[in-house]
Design a protein around this ligand. Structure first.
Ligand code: ARG
Ligand code: GLU
Length: 709
């Protein structure tokens, strides 16, 4: 097997400067440290990651599975984004205690609020185990056979690793299974809410400003990790005590300058930097436009419903935000990929690759088939991907009612043994955030669109007969209105009283239910299996492609795609030029918040107290020497979803910001990084401290932090 020497990391895009590109594995940073020092970093690899001594990694956590957080006090105080803690903040809110509107600040430890289900995870140690995973594959040629052996090796290796009973161990593939790391983690389950600003600060700019610079969002919330008396993870208990971390970040409030070194340490989710041109073309020309157009339908309906209706705004705010987040990013991605000529650029690199394959006789047999294989696989895959996306975007993520359908299906399937209380609550939850006018519209329009789109390739005759007529939308409205799924009282009464037979009988004649049943059967029976088959073949080919790229670029470094593991990105504080004649500053100030203030735009709602502080220039020790109050800044660190809440660390290892977004012109960085345009967006720590101290009068929280002036 051509499995490579791990100490040699390589780089494919030899022609591209990579000063700021890359999400690097913390145990392999010796590859980067020289460059980091050249860029201004003053510490060493051991300060970032060490198996034996306290290091920065001991102060960084994966927060709630999808975000990052960092410790900022010796007593377990943790900071992440407001949008990462949003669910918890919302769950503690009620009309009486409206923390969303007013913010929340625990005035003492006993007021900190527990959050069942919320966890934070530390990386204890990671180790390259590639050699052991590939053990016994050296003489094999057959890819499937190699995979089989690897899959047998992994549990054996794991079984031999001894870990503390409260630690978890796993082996994760990197580089599409060309490299493997053993990862040992520790997860804490008692994580309490300590503080959050009002959403007018924590979400300032909302969806209007999302993915954009200049930005003015106070995107932070504070939590505290609790442990048992031995400082170990424990289930929630009033007897638990604040966790004492091995390391926490001092906060530097001395100010930032353009060109300063910055480093991001966090848990980026998914990137795909090594895709072939065929894949980029598919995403650019088909996949993103398809998904955007389906979400357009949903967002239009929600926008109109929320416009002048406060009740709808509350019910659909979270749904709107989560639907619009990726929808907006995909549009930025299309612009960015086009501007970079991404398909053409990939083709040029592929020409170099083909050249290499051709001039190395031995490689032709080994790697010559890969690009032609991608060609035919993606031709096959494109309509399958489209069918898959059409289904997931319409039903799984589009029509809220479809989730209720799944709930009802589980009830029917578990028959007499189902948990009445659980399912009653599920159904109530569905109706709680549902307004029937909106729900009906979502169903009829998205479903109508589904039939139209699907009729081109994969609609069954049964569905065609039913729904491809001139009055489809009338029909859909009728079946919506006549269904038991939209009759709250009747449905709840049947479920609460466990009248499953009656329910079953009703559903047999229920057209809405039957329709969704056909849709789901078609997905499970045809769409998904087809999609999955081709996807598997593509993944296999991608794995071999990366093996080949390693070989071709031997001696150069290469970073693995993000996979929710801890990574380091480094760059500099810098603004950028989004387009001709426009230059963006690297930071924003509170003045910009006042400029955006506009009662017409819901997302630009400035709190009175903030305006007061602004008018009085009352910024405490946090303002700049020139009398302004910094709010956010941009830097050239390579980040992606999951990096939200990540610490932005300066040359001395101190905290200067909290990462929360990327700029519009750089959203294609998951597939292609552009050092000129890709910027991450961070909250300036000084604005956070100002809000805690001056705005919220919760200055006592600062006592446990370590501020550096
Ligand atoms: N774009 C950021 C991220 O991907 C922030 C999302 C939350 N904010 C929002 N307005 N939806 O998560
Ligand atoms: N907001 C994103 C998150 O929640 C980070 C922004 C990005 O995708 O870079 O992880």
């Amino acid at each position: 097997m051509r499995h490579f020497q791990l100490c040699i990391l390589l780089l494919f895009w030899a022609s591209v400067s990579v000063a700021r590109e890359g999400m690097w594995v913390p145990v392999l940073l010796h590859q980067n440290i020289e460059e980091m020092h050249e860029m201004g970093f003053r510490l060493n690899v051991e300060d970032i990651y060490s198996d034996d001594n306290a290091s920065m990694k001991d102060a960084v956590v994966q927060f709630g599975g999808g975000c990052t957080g960092e410790l900022i006090s010796p007593e377990g105080l943790l900071v992440t984004n407001y949008h990462c803690g949003y669910r918890q903040i919302q769950q503690h809110s009620s009309l009486v205690n409206d923390y969303l509107t007013n913010g929340f600040w625990a005035m003492e430890r006993s007021e900190e609020l527990p959050n069942p289900g919320l966890t934070v995870t530390f990386l204890i140690r990671m180790e390259d185990v590639t050699k052991s995973v590939f053990e016994g594959t050296d003489t094999l040629e057959n890819q499937l056979e190699i995979e089989r052996i690897k899959n047998e090796n992994i549990p054996k290796i794991l079984a031999d690793v001894e870990v503390d009973s409260l630690h978890n161990k796993t082996i994760k593939p990197f580089f599409e299974g060309n490299q493997y790391f053993l990862i040992i983690t520790e997860t804490f389950k008692d994580v309490r809410l300590v503080g959050a600003p009002p959403s007018a600060i924590g979400k300032f700019g909302g969806d209007t400003d999302n993915w954009m610079w200049p930005r003015h969002t106070g995107d932070f919330s504070l939590f505290r990790i609790y442990a048992d008396k031995n400082n170990r993870p424990a289930e929630y208990s009033p007897d638990n005590v604040p966790y004492k971390p091995r390391h926490f970040f001092p906060i530097d409030i001395g100010g930032i300058s353009e060109g300063d070194f910055t480093m991001i340490f966090g848990f980026p989710g998914r990137t795909s930097e090594y895709l072939p041109s065929d894949a980029i073309e598919m995403i650019l020309e088909h996949r993103n436009p398809n998904r955007i157009s389906i979400r357009d339908i949903k967002l239009d309906i929600l926008r109109k419903a929320m416009e002048n209706n406060a009740e709808n705004r509350i019910k659909y705010a979270a749904k709107y935000a989560s639907t619009s987040n990726a929808w907006k990013k995909w549009q930025g991605e299309i612009n960015g990929l086009r501007r970079l000529n991404a398909v053409e650029r990939k083709r040029q690199n592929e020409a170099l690759y083909l050249e290499w394959v051709k001039t190395n006789n031995s490689k032709t047999e080994e790697y010559g088939h890969i690009l032609p294989m991608f060609d035919s696989l993606y031709t096959l895959f494109e309509p399958r991907q489209q069918a898959y996306d059409l289904y997931t975007e319409t039903w799984y993520r589009g029509i809220d009612l479809y989730r209720l359908f799944s709930v009802i299906q589980s009830i029917i399937n578990t028959a007499d043994e189902f948990d009445t209380a659980y399912y009653t609550e599920e159904i109530q939850n569905h109706f709680k955030d549902c307004s029937f006018d909106v729900d009906r519209k979502l169903f009829t329009e998205l479903c109508g669109n589904y039939f139209q789109q699907a009729s081109k390739n994969f609609l069954t005759q049964a569905l065609k007969n039913l729904f491809l007529s001139d009055n489809t939308s009338k029909k859909l409205e009728r079946i919506y209105d006549q269904s038991i799924l939209t009759d709250t009282t009747a449905l709840l009464s049947l479920v609460r009283n466990a009248k499953i037979k009656r329910l079953g009988n009703k559903l047999k004649r229920d057209k809405l239910y039957q329709l969704m049943k056909i849709v789901s059967e078609q997905y499970n029976g045809v769409i998904y299996p087809d999609y999955y088959d081709t996807k598997e073949a593509i993944d296999q080919n991608q794995q071999q492609y990366i093996t080949a790229l390693f070989e071709m670029n031997r001696g150069k470094r290469m970073y693995p795609d993000a996979n929710f593991t801890l990574r380091v990105s480094y760059g500099k504080i810098e603004g950028y030029t989004p387009r001709d004649a426009v230059i963006y500053n690297h930071y924003t100030t509170i003045k910009g918040i006042m400029e955006k203030d506009n009662p017409e735009i819901y997302d630009y709602n400035v709190s009175d107290k903030l305006e007061q502080l602004y008018k009085e220039n009352d910024f405490g020790i946090y303002g700049k020497a020139d009398g302004t109050m910094p709010v956010c800044f941009t830097a050239s660190n390579h980040t992606t979803g999951g990096n939200s809440g990540s610490p932005v660390i300066d040359a001395n290892g101190n905290l200067i910001g909290i990462n929360f977004d990327r700029c519009w012109e750089g959203t294609m960085s998951d597939m292609m990084f552009d050092p000129d345009k890709c910027r991450n967006i961070a909250l300036d720590m000084r604005y956070m401290l100002f809000i805690i101290d001056k705005f919220a009068d919760a200055g006592y929280l600062l006592e446990e932090m370590k501020l550096i002036k």
